[in-house]
Design a protein around this ligand. Structure first.
Ligand SMILES: C=CC1=C(C)c2cc3[nH]c(cc4nc(cc5[nH]c(cc1n2)c(C)c5CCC(=O)O)C(CCC(=O)O)=C4C)c(C)c3C=C
Ligand SMILES: [Fe+2]
Ligand SMILES: [Fe+2]
Length: 388
């Protein structure tokens, strides 16, 4: 039985775990939980390399003459994005939060699933340190024999999770990771623990409004948008984000009016809408003066929350006479860290019983219109793991 801690107590405990969770000393090879995400520049000077890696990724942004154009676009975009990271405190907090979440998750997992203990968290970012190749070297040095590739994007897109899996697969094929039995958790956007953590943060934001205004507050769920070219080839991200929103609203008992809107589009092509900024202006025109912004597709703070939502949109809304609060990102939420441990424990149980359940990869199911095979790569994972 795990100890029940208060939110503050748990947060302190998680912080302690993050500094204390040591490399295992039992001599038993650890079960690696590899946390996949895009990453972000921890300091402003790292912005250029982050952008260069991002624009080099053909799974995210397919460009003609990618190797030539990507560095040029990255260089041109760097000053603007550097300023945004400077304005949110000098860098992205994603590495700090991911390490904290991973340490807390693995401590809980050792108790929830002792059969595979010790569990050791590894972070593999796609565009910032620690990059996948560095993590691969560390796993090899640690003698890892069993690993779970655990996406930290709750909802699947071939441009995000698909890209991270492809990168890990390439490193494995090049012999950089060692001989490992892999399995994959590739989506968990409706897991009850995740939904509970988001719902609790919404309730905390709602409590900032006067009691008499509370039921009138519009919940504006905001997710990073996706180019329509990606949506139209059958990418499941939009559907899966919608499913998350629906599950949160079910958990809240449909207490408030709500919409799902899309932010952070880049470049001139068509993207999924409506855009978050336009929605806020539209609500103001309709006389809706109370809004909670809810980030729903990312698990920690980043420029999309700290800059775009807080410094741009919320500020614009307030100028229009609105009261706007943002639901906190999941960051250090003990409910969320417990959810990460539950998702992994469930996956380990399903894996060892030979069942492929909801926390396992959806076996090589491509987007029906996918031309770049991003999603299809996943079948290689199960070939390696001897499962399909
Ligand atoms: C679930 C989240 C995300 C999806 C889906 C996603 C798709 C996507 N993104 C771009 C282009 C860019 N994204 C950039 C930054 C960025 N993207 C996400 C998340 C998703 N992207 C986050 C959390 C961040 C910020 C990282 C941080 O602050 O820590 C950028 C760089 C910033 C900029 O130049 O504006 C670009 C470019 C595309 C094209 C795409 C879908 C195909
Ligand atoms: Fe993005
Ligand atoms: Fe796809």
């Amino acid at each position: 039985m795990l100890p029940q801690l208060s939110r503050a107590g748990m947060s302190r405990a998680v912080r302690r775990m993050a500094t204390l969770h040591p490399a295992p000393t039992t001599g038993k090879s650890p079960t690696a939980i590899v946390m996949l995400n895009m990453g972000g520049p921890s300091t402003v000077p790292e912005t250029h390399d982050f952008l260069k890696n991002l624009f080099m990724d053909g799974d995210l942004i397919p460009l003609p003459f990618q190797r030539v154009l990507a560095p040029l676009i990255a260089r041109r975009r760097t000053p603007q994005i550097e300023k945004q990271y400077a304005d949110i405190g000098g860098g992205s907090p994603i590495r700090r939060y991911t390490e904290l979440q991973g340490a807390g998750m693995c401590s809980l997992l050792d108790e929830l699933h002792p059969e595979s203990a010790p569990h050791k968290p590894y972070v593999a970012f796609r565009y910032a340190n620690p990059l996948t190749d560095e993590t691969a070297r560390q796993m090899k040095a640690d003698g890892v024999k069993r690993a779970i590739a655990f996406t930290q994007y709750p909802q699947y897109s071939c441009s995000t999770t698909g890209s991270s899996l492809n990168e890990l697969f390439r490193r494995g094929r090049a012999g950089e990771i060692g001989d490992i039995e892999w399995s994959v958790i590739d989506r968990w956007g409706t897991h009850p623990g995740f939904i509970e953590a988001v719902a609790q943060n919404i309730e905390a934001a709602l409590s900032k409004f006067q009691q008499s205004d509370r039921s009138e507050v519009v919940l504006l769920f905001s997710a990073h948008s996706l180019p329509m070219s990606v949506v139209n080839r059958g990418d499941p991200y939009v559907l899966e984000v919608s499913a998350s929103v629906n599950a949160v609203m079910d958990r809240l008992g449909h207490s408030n009016p709500y919409r799902l809107v899309w932010q952070s589009q880049v470049g001139p092509s068509a993207w999924m809408g409506m855009q978050t900024g336009e929605a806020i202006k539209g609500l103001a025109r309709l006389g809706k003066k109370h809004v909670v912004l809810v980030p729903i597709a990312f698990t920690s703070d980043h420029i999309e929350t700290l800059y775009e939502l807080d410094l741009e949109y919320a500020a614009e809304g307030r100028e229009l006479g609105m009261e706007i609060h943002r639901a906190e990102s999941l960051n250090e939420s003990p409910v969320f860290i417990r959810a990460l441990a539950d998702i992994t424990a469930q996956h380990l149980r399903e894996y060892s019983s030979g069942k492929v359940g909801p926390t396992s990869v959806q076996l090589g199911l491509r987007c029906p219109g996918c031309t770049n095979a991003t999603c299809g790569q996943q079948k290689h994972w199960f070939a390696r793991a001897g499962r399909n």
